[in-house]
Design a protein around this ligand. Structure first.
Ligand SMILES: *Cc1c(COP(=O)(O)O)cnc(C)c1O
Length: 226
């Protein structure tokens, strides 16, 4: 079941890339496995899936200890006191949204002797309840990364407001524009755009996504709790 869904998602991702005139290899699929049991993740690994996304720090830590052969992405809101579970464990942290979190990740990464790859989550629609860096604060956060040798900023991530796929298009486009603008301003390469989920990944790919985060289309509905 999971293997066939993975194959369907892979084919749809490749098709969306080709339709946008892009190389299918330029779009990576992260299987979002939050709240899914280890057995479901093992099935996906057996089917050849490598990248997995988790939203909760301790759940990430537990799963990385139990499951081999996977590359982990942290995609949930991150509190400073949970950074210790994530640094050096997640290959890529997608959700850095402010200077204090940036500083704590830098400190932990330096202490662990690793260079932590990160993305900045941008609150593209400036939704009051949503995590993510305000677009107006993005430049100063990018500069904080540039000053931290234990961090490597690779790009941007967003979760657009709830709505249909087409309503997300403008937000995806805005994120791509912000990445290009910030890259030109700062001189950092920011090639990664983490955007698009089960309901809107095709639109995200058309707008330049390099990583799509797909949960329910691969694993089915999520259990309410683990
Ligand atoms: C849960 C989650 C996803 C996956 O959502 P689906 O609609 O199940 O594909 C993607 N990104 C983030 C940040 C999530 O929290």
């Amino acid at each position: 079941m999971i293997a066939s869904r993975l194959a369907e998602v892979g084919a749809a991702v490749a098709e969306a890339a080709r339709a946008a005139g892009r190389d299918p290899a330029s779009v990576g699929v992260i299987a979002v496995s939050k709240l899914q049991p280890a057995s479901a993740i093992e099935q996906a690994v057996q089917a050849g899936q490598r990248d997995f996304g988790e939203n909760y720090a301790q759940e990430l830590r537990d799963k990385t200890q139990a499951i081999r052969g996977a590359t982990w992405h942290f995609i949930g809101p991150l509190q400073r006191n949970k950074v210790k579970y994530v640094v050096g464990v997640a290959a890529l942290i997608h959700t850095v949204d402010g200077p204090s979190l940036c500083e704590e990740i830098a400190r932990r990464a330096a202490a662990a002797g690793v260079v932590q790859r990160c993305l900045i989550q941008v609150n593209v629609a400036r939704e009051p309840q949503k995590s993510g860096c305000d677009p107006d604060a993005l430049s100063s956060l990018v500069d904080a990364f540039a000053a931290a040798p234990s961090l490597r900023l690779e790009g941007l991530m967003c979760i657009p407001p709830a709505g249909d796929a087409e309503s997300a298009r403008g937000h995806f486009r805005a994120l791509a524009t912000l990445a290009a603008t910030e890259s030109a301003r700062s001189g950092l390469l920011l090639p990664v755009l983490s955007m698009g989920m089960s309901g809107d990944f095709k639109v995200a790919i058309a707008e330049g996504a390099t990583l799509v985060r797909i949960g329910t289309a691969i694993f089915g509905e999520r259990p309410a709790t683990r």
